[in-house]
Ligand binder design. Structure first.
Ligand code: PCA
Length: 215
């Protein structure tokens, strides 16, 4: 049986919940015949990636997906690339605020996700769930986790595929945000992540749909 490791973040930035973990913990325990292990990780530079590494050593997964909140986005967004750069606009949950720093002194500038991001988006969109590929995971803890995950997999676990996905605010969070703020129900996010993971299990290679962005 294949094994999937999925992580979701703790709340941060003054929020009392993080829809990433809330959606991840709603996932079924089996997706496309693969077992699913769910782990909550801290919104702290360095410690988030360490928690992912520890879970990889324990679970020995075939596939890893880390999930974070991108408040203000309207769709579920599988990330195409993680960059070797940390630049925090707000402190993390331990009060760290790295500015213009490399994540791995010896690492390449960037890694592309090794999950089939287009196939994942297609699977979600076919089910009526808003989704699109994103070409930036930002420069905060989510990018730190994505870049570090791909660095770890490339250097220590060749053959294990990994990637990152951002979710919008949950509808519950949007209640206390301006009326134009996009949001999505946690059930829809969980269903989208489930369909995306099933597509990742089923596609070793990504599909070639023209879903790139012009800007
Ligand atoms: N989102 C933040 C960090 C944790 C989370 O859920 C980010 O996008 O960097």
């Amino acid at each position: 049986m294949k094994k999937i490791l999925v992580t979701g973040f703790q709340p941060f930035g003054g929020e009392t919940m993080n829809p990433a973990w809330e959606a991840v913990r709603r996932l079924p325990d089996t997706i496309a015949g693969a077992s699913v292990t769910k782990v909550e990780i801290p919104v702290v530079f360095g410690k988030g990636p360490e928690a992912v590494d520890k879970a990889i050593d324990e679970v020995e997964p075939d596939l890893v997906l880390c999930v974070g909140q991108a408040g203000g986005r309207a769709k579920i967004t599988p990330e195409f690339v993680g960059i070797n750069y940390a630049d925090a606009r707000i402190p993390d949950n331990d009060g760290n605020q790295p500015v213009a720093e490399r994540i791995a002194a010896d690492g390449p500038d960037a890694y592309f996700a090794t999950l089939p991001v287009k196939a994942m988006v297609q699977a979600m969109a076919e089910a009526g769930i808003p989704a699109e590929v994103s070409y930036t995971a930002g420069t905060y803890v989510c990018n730190d986790v994505m870049y570090s995950l791909l660095h770890t997999l490339a250097t220590k676990h060749p053959g294990v595929r990994g990637g990152f996905l951002h979710v919008p605010y949950a509808t519950e969070q949007a209640c206390h945000l301006p009326s134009s703020t996009p949001s999505m129900s946690l059930d829809m996010m969980a269903r989208g992540i489930e369909l995306g993971l099933a597509a990742a299990v089923e596609h070793d290679q990504d599909v070639k749909t023209a879903t790139g962005t012009t800007h």
